[in-house]
Design a protein around this ligand. Structure first.
Ligand code: GRF
Length: 216
């Protein structure tokens, strides 16, 4: 069967991109990365893509008159590459409502909290401030509202009394690297349906890791 064609959008480090690169390296994986786009030319993730011989494009947001023009360039580049599913992986630009609607149900994101808790740019510090005992990560379809949309899967991660935002982020990041490829695999296998803004997973298998949902 033809593989699902992924476009990955990054702005920086690209460790989630790396997890996707490694997963897609398996010939049995149902998706392939056809393009990596960064809005920053100094994004370390661009080197990871190049090392894996994946096509890259830099679309510097500063060179556009505004969000509409930037998103239109993004849209055209993704369509030209035949992208079928966009994976936001640390992409630090808000997308316009128009763009998000154009790619409705073909645009996913990973966020380092158990949404809908701790949306925004400081989820780790916010989780610590709230004193939660569990945090984690969420892979979800993107809707125009920030960090909102049907949840594909989540992993829960313990919060330790001694945690700083940095140590919690590092622990959650490990879970992110398991979740993102798994979510893409489920989509690539055609096992995901969105019903009334909730995700239904068909053909569920045993969890790949403890506290990883909703696979059991
Ligand atoms: C991750 O924590 C992701 O959840 C968030 O931004 C961070 C990106 O990290 N959206 P990386 O660039 O994938 O290493």
């Amino acid at each position: 069967m033809a593989k699902l064609r992924l476009g990955v959008l990054i702005s920086g480090r690209g460790s989630n991109l790396q997890a996707l690169i490694e997963a897609t390296g398996d010939p049995a994986f149902p998706a392939e990365i056809v393009l990596v786009i960064s809005n920053r030319e100094d994004a370390a993730g661009l080197d990871r893509a190049a090392a894996a011989s994946i096509a890259t494009r830099i679309i510097p947001h500063g060179q556009f008159s505004g969000r509409d023009a930037f998103d239109a360039a993004l849209d055209e580049t993704l369509r030209d590459a035949g992208v079928e599913l966009i994976c936001l992986a640390g992409f630090m630009r808000l997308l316009t409502k128009q763009f998000v609607e154009n790619w409705r149900d073909r645009l996913i994101n990973i966020h380092p909290s158990l949404l809908p808790a701790f949306k925004g740019l400081t989820p780790h510090a916010d989780a610590l401030a709230a004193g939660v005992r569990l945090s984690g990560c969420t892979v979800h379809y993107v809707r125009p509202e920030m960090d909102a949309g049907p949840i594909i899967l989540q992993a829960a991660v313990p919060v330790m009394g001694s945690d700083t935002a940095e140590t919690l982020a590092a622990r959650i990041l490990q879970a992110e690297h398991a979740c993102y490829p798994l979510a893409v695999r489920m989509i690539g296998e055609g096992r995901i349906k969105i019903v009334g803004e909730r995700v239904i997973v068909a053909g569920e298998k045993a969890p790949d890791a403890p506290l990883l949902n909703p696979l059991a």
